[in-house]
Every structure is written in structure tokens, then in C-alpha cells.
Design a protein around this ligand. Sequence first.
Ligand SMILES: *[C@@H]1O[C@H](CO)[C@@H](O)[C@H](O)[C@H]1NC(C)=O
Ligand SMILES: *[C@@H]1O[C@H](CO)[C@@H](O)[C@H](O)[C@H]1NC(C)=O
Length: 262
Amino acid sequence: MHQSSSGMYSSVEFFNLCIFFIIILLEKSSAAHYQYEACVPKACGTLSIKFPFYIRGLQESYCGHPGFELSCSNSPAIHLTEDDYVIDNIQYENRIFRVHNEAVSTVGGCLPQIRNISEDSQLGIVDTSRLHLLSNCNSELPEVLSSYKVNYCDPFNKEDLGLVMLGEDKNLTIALQECNTNVLAPVEVDKNGGNGIVDYEGLLRKGFLLNWKVADCSKCERSGGRCGFNEADGRTRCFCPDRPHSESCKPLSKNARGREMN
Ligand SMILES: *[C@@H]1O[C@H](CO)[C@@H](O)[C@H](O)[C@H]1NC(C)=O
Ligand SMILES: *[C@@H]1O[C@H](CO)[C@@H](O)[C@H](O)[C@H]1NC(C)=O
């Protein structure tokens, strides 16, 4: 029955063994480049995360751009200036994403501590109004300001009281004279909203849009690649199944080839 059990392979067995090793070799040589493999988009909450973002601990830092590191608990969040902002959606094709201050989601009926957010060369705030969060105000406030009073959730000033009004509000000039601390939170308001009492919790929860100005990845993605970042030269790369390219997995056209090595 077992004619080959003496230790010699039958020709059929030898043939099968050869096929087996050939398959192994083919698989090895056809495996995609490790950076292309590593930068596959990952889910966080309902969002798909890819360049310029990367999730700390879940994706390699070279899969994103410096400054675009996210944390992921239930939803993705990004640290901007001094606060964490929850990301509610990302429009990769338009390079914009919607955020709201993380402190806002956890509380209700009071104003959490929010700090100024600053723009930089990589991230800009898309055309919004500003909500002025005023604190350290004089104890005797003019009557006209009384309807703007709010309570802070976590008292960090003596009276635990502040004023909230939009940048367009006509009473803002008076308020600025009465309060020593002013923090500006970007918010989106209707054309006719501007004066008087605002639903500050609703506005802060709705959040605002940010747009990123770092490398556009559409050309790379259209060619089947995944964008990433090369820390050595501080430039964006297009990770392709074969190897990293500069812009696209497809060879450049003849006239473009002279300008840049792909
Ligand atoms: C200032 O606020 C009061 C409400 O406290 C409002 O009646 C008044 O119209 C506001 N003034 C202006 C110029 O908007
Ligand atoms: C926040 O920014 C505004 C405008 O740049 C500035 O006037 C204000 O003093 C800043 N507030 C704090 C607390 O730094």
C-alpha cells in the first residue's frame, strides 16, 4: 500500500512537493509592499480613517501626516491647540472634517471649560461665526447683559458665572468691557442669528468644519495607492503594492517624467 514509505518520494509526491514550493515562492514575491499593507484604512466608530489621519496605536505614524494623529475610543478625536475635538465626519474628497469640542458631549445644562483654538499652516477653520465665552466678569453687570449669563460646569473662576454671546452681537462691546477672559469658539449660525440669547450647547455640539491643506492624495488613490509620509525627507509618499512612489502608482506621462522621478 505505502510503496514510498521507505523514504524515497514517488515521482507523483515529488511533483506535488515542487508545486507546493513554487506556490510559496510566488506568494512571497507577489506580497504587497509592507507600507502599502500597513496603511489600509481602519475603522473608528462609523468613520474610515486614512491619510492624512492615522490612529495612534492602530496605524503606523507613516500612514498619516504629522499633526493628524487621532485617538479612537468610540469616535475618533484629534487634539488641537489645548483641547480634544471629536470628529463627526470626514469628507476626504473635499479635504474637510467636522469636529466638536469633546468637553461638550459629556455635560449638559452648563458651559464646560473650552480654550482657544488656533489655526496653522496645515489646518484652517472653514468660514464660521465665533461664540464668545466670557468669564472673570465684574460682579455688578449692567442689566442689558443679564440675559447672556451662563453657569460654568466646572468652576474655574470665582463666581462660576460667565457670559456667552456671538461675535455679531451688538452687546458684545459692553460685555468685553465687563469681563477679563474671552475665549472664542468657532460655531455655525444661520444668517439671521447673531443677537441675543443663543442655544450655546446646541451650537457647540453641532461644531464646525476644518479643512486640511497638506498633500492632496487623490492622484495616488486613483492609481490604486495609499498615501503616507516619509519622515526622512518630510514629504508625502504614495505607497503602492510594488513599492513607495512619489505621487502615483502609475508611471508618469512622458513630459512629466523629466520633471520628477516616479
Ligand atoms: C442687548 O441685549 C438686550 C437683552 O439683554 C437686548 O434687548 C438688546 O436688544 C441688545 N442690544 C442690541 C444693540 O442688540
Ligand atoms: C483667545 O483668543 C482671542 C483672540 O485671539 C484673544 O483676544 C483672547 O485673549 C484669547 N483668550 C485667552 C484666554 O487666551
